[in-house]
Design a protein around this ligand. Structure first.
Ligand code: PLP
Length: 385
């Protein structure tokens, strides 16, 4: 088929040409002055996206690597941990903590909904002896397209000393997240979502409170040890060989992002959410997440039962080269997910809606051709007035 894959996934996301070109530069010595300059620049840039002045380390790993780094550096075996889950990624964070010896208590909320701040508050309030050492939570749940109100939840439990550890892999630079203002202790993110670079880097940000707890941490670690990471960062280096090409890409993508401005980026993602939701609603399909908890990074659509989500995805890929994500685990074939984070344009989403209408009609769904696209166009027109 002509042209590149039309990647509308919640990661990996499309990579701008500028970033691709930046990544084709020759290698430099990762212990030399050129790399030091790049490392210092990208760490400063990442801090701006996190809205933090705290520590940031970069790992050559996908997001899960930095989730594991968060666990082994800040949670010791035997620590009681409250793991809040609203989907697959919340479950994963809980599993990693359990694997490294934490006594994990899961607090599950129905998939497609967000965590209830009052229930979390009550849970921590019941912990009179302050035995819970950490709270794990996902900001944007990529498996469902619902997001947690991190700011409110954090505020509700400020009187409890547990470390507040956030998986922001698919939310940073797509949803507003203010690490310092909201008093988040540890925040994890990754490269292949809103940062517009290929998979392979993840970021671990942590404040001084977390660092003090790290100093007494007894978990096993070597590659992920933040003590080593911080020591080398002072010299402008990584403890081990970094993924140099990805740093070139990150340097370029951060230039783009900071040039556009965080507020503009967040607003742009809100617009994507609204375009897609306007179109889908008009087609008469259900959305998994309600409006007030709907992610600006992706949208989960419930497929017509008699067709199934995977047939729709297959049709879109074969006929239009459009790649949407499927449902994970119990949501397989129930939903499909439209990613709209990072390097995306309004036009891309209009195209997805137009092609989706054709797919639905072809597969037997009753729909007035153009109705969803029209609703999205109407939304954009009204917004520009
Ligand atoms: C993508 C993602 C991850 C990390 O997954 P990797 O495949 O390891 O990059 C973790 N949490 C969330 C919420 C994600 O969206």
């Amino acid at each position: 088929m002509i042209g590149e894959q039309f990647l509308q996934l919640p990661g990996p996301t499309p990579v701008p040409d500028r970033v691709m070109r930046a990544m084709s530069k020759a290698m430099v010595n990762h212990r030399g002055p050129e790399f030091k300059q790049i490392l210092e620049e990208v760490v400063e840039g990442i801090k701006k996206t996190y809205q933090t002045k705290q520590n940031v380390l970069i790992y050559p790993a996908s997001g899960t690597g930095a989730l594991e780094a968060a666990v082994v550096n800040f949670i010791s075996p035997g620590d009681r941990v409250l793991a809040i889950s609203i989907g697959v990624f919340g479950d994963r964070f809980a599993k990693i903590a359990a694997e490294f010896g934490a006594e994990v208590e899961k607090l599950d909320f129905e998939w497609g909904t967000a965590a209830d701040p009052q229930i979390i508050r009550k849970k921590l309030h019941q912990d009179k002896n302050k035995e819970i050492k950490a709270v794990l939570i996902t900001h944007n749940e990529t498996s469902t397209g619902a997001f947690n109100d991190i700011k409110t939840i954090r505020k509700e439990i400020m009187d409890h000393p547990a470390l507040f550890i956030v998986d922001a892999v698919s939310s940073l630079a797509a949803l507003d997240l203010q690490m310092d203002e909201w008093a988040l202790d540890v925040v994890v993110s990754g490269s292949q979502k809103a940062f517009m670079i290929p998979p392979g880097l993840s970021f671990l940000a942590f404040n001084e409170r977390a660092l003090e707890i790290h100093k007494k941490n007894s978990n096993r670690k070597y590659y992920w040890d933040v003590t080593a990471g911080l020591q080398y960062l002072e010299k402008g280096q990584n403890p081990y060989t970094p993924a140099i090409s990805l740093y070139y890409g990150l340097q370029e993508s951060l230039n783009m992002m900071l040039g556009e401005g965080l507020d503009n980026i967040i607003a742009r993602h809100k617009r994507y959410r609204d375009i897609v939701r306007a179109g889908i609603k008009e087609m008469g399909l259900d959305l998994l997440a309600a409006d007030d908890v709907a992610s600006t990074a992706l949208t989960s659509v419930v497929a017509p039962k008699d067709i199934g989500a995977n047939k729709i995805r297959k049709y879109l890929q074969e006929e239009f080269n459009i790649v949407l994500a499927g449902g994970q685990q119990k949501l397989n074939d129930i939903i499909f997910r439209v990613g709209h984070l990072g390097y995306v344009r309004d036009l891309d989403l209009l195209s997805v809606l137009a092609a989706l209408e054709i797919a639905l009609i072809k597969l037997g769904y009753k729909l007035e051709l153009g109705s969803g696209v029209k609703a999205a166009q109407r939304f954009l027109l009204d917004k520009s007035e």
